[in-house]
Design a protein around this ligand. Structure first.
Ligand code: ZN
Length: 392
């Protein structure tokens, strides 16, 4: 090798060595979202053009070959390329989040909840960091960024900013599209008579914080006084919802079912203190997943394929009430099962959601609207605390 060639190679390798820290184009941090590619915006108030969305999970992984202290994550909401709103997650908060997720994972608590945390998908050739200082191929998981915004936000830009030990500042960016998803399937309300929405897409409920159930509804049958039952509160039969027919909201093919699971005793999760109820729910969730697998909390369920990657999921159904089986073709309005009290349910109700994929580890929830509600015109989403009735 001539001296000239050697010098050339040396310069090239110096450039490569410098690259991870010196170039602003090099992605020191890998930033990845799950669910990937898009986040679904919902309308909060049409007149005031107020919307919201939930960024369920994203990771920031150090892909350079030196340790980097992650100082700040910026979330910028963009409308046609202009920043209209920003949120910052600063070092102290990043540190707190890193510690919490790391210790939960160490305790084995996240394996139970992989369908929500998606660690296997997000941390390819990487591991969780216990602090905001990320060693090479270490990262941290940021969950549940709930964002409200006015106007037509069409993108979220995430910027991760850190410091290497030599003091140099590094930063990487990634973007995710914000869209308003419209189901191809035109859904009818899957129940008859009047029902109360006891859990919906509002963030004060629990659904929005889960990936598959982000746009799910819990429906409870009530009388004129708003009571969900009468008589012995410990018996599922005392609740008006129990045994009510569930109807196919649209044509479809039965993709998967499970029957044979007993009612969860209503007293199992009951307590006057809501914090005790929460603890009981968390503990029973683990019991059900151990006993019945990843869908353990669903109890008896039906998954119906409507085509176009849209699947209806009916959960907590009554044991022995399923009238259909895998592969059956179902017509809109057909009776498919009855409302029950199986799985993780505090009282008899129907949990209904639409997902993009039947696989709990790949799916995401899709915004549900109904086309046949009494007193409503066209596609209508439901809200917590609302009474609804099909006009059919
Ligand atoms: Zn639910």
């Amino acid at each position: 090798m001539s001296a000239k060639q050697f010098g050339f190679i040396l310069i090239i390798s110096l450039l490569f060595l410098k690259l991870p820290l010196a170039s602003s184009n090099a992605q020191t941090f890998e930033i990845k979202f799950s669910p990937a590619a898009v986040v679904y915006r919902r309308t909060l108030a049409e007149e005031s053009q107020l919307f919201d969305c939930m960024l369920q999970n994203f990771v920031v992984i150090n892909r350079s070959n030196v340790a980097i202290a992650l100082q700040k994550i910026e979330l910028h909401l963009l409308s046609k390329g202009e920043v209209v709103q920003s949120r910052y997650i600063l070092a102290q908060e990043l540190q707190r989040r890193a510690q919490r997720i790391f210790s939960l994972n160490e305790q084995g608590a996240l394996a139970e909840a992989e369908k929500e945390f998606r660690l296997k998908e997000l941390f390819r050739n990487a591991s969780l960091s216990s602090s905001n200082t990320l060693q090479p191929n270490q990262g941290l998981l940021i969950r549940h960024q709930y964002l409200q915004f006015g106007g037509q936000v069409d993108k979220i830009k995430v910027v991760a900013i850190g410091n290497a030990r030599d003091g140099s500042v590094v930063q990487s960016t990634a973007e995710i599209a914000v869209i308003s998803y419209q189901l191809t399937t035109k859904l009818n309300f899957p129940l008859t008579a009047t029902w109360y929405v006891s859990n919906g897409i509002d963030v004060s409920g629990t659904h929005r914080w889960g990936i598959g159930q982000e746009f799910a509804y819990d429906l409870v049958k009530v009388d004129e006084e708003g009571n969900s039952g009468k008589g012995d509160e410990t018996k599922p039969q005392s609740f008006y919802a129990y045994g009510q027919n569930v109807l196919a909201p649209a044509d479809g093919v039965v993709y998967e079912t499970r029957d044979g699971i007993d009612d969860t005793p209503v007293s199992q999760l009951a307590d006057d203190d809501p914090s005790v109820v929460n603890k009981k729910i968390l503990a029973y969730q683990i019991v059900l997943r151990k006993r019945y697998g990843v869908r353990g909390t669903d109890g008896n369920y039906i998954i119906m394929d409507h085509g176009n990657s849209e699947y209806s999921v009916f959960v907590h159904l009554k044991k022995g009430s399923l009238r259909i089986k895998k592969g059956d073709r179902v017509k809109r309005g057909d009776i498919i099962a009855q409302v029950g009290q199986s799985g993780l349910s505090t009282e008899p109700h129907l949990h209904y959601e639409v997902v993009s994929d039947p696989d709990p580890f790949k799916q995401r929830g899709l915004p549900v609207v109904f086309y046949d509600l009494e007193g409503e015109e066209g596609a209508t989403q439901l809200h917590l605390g609302q009474f609804v009735k099909s006009s059919q």
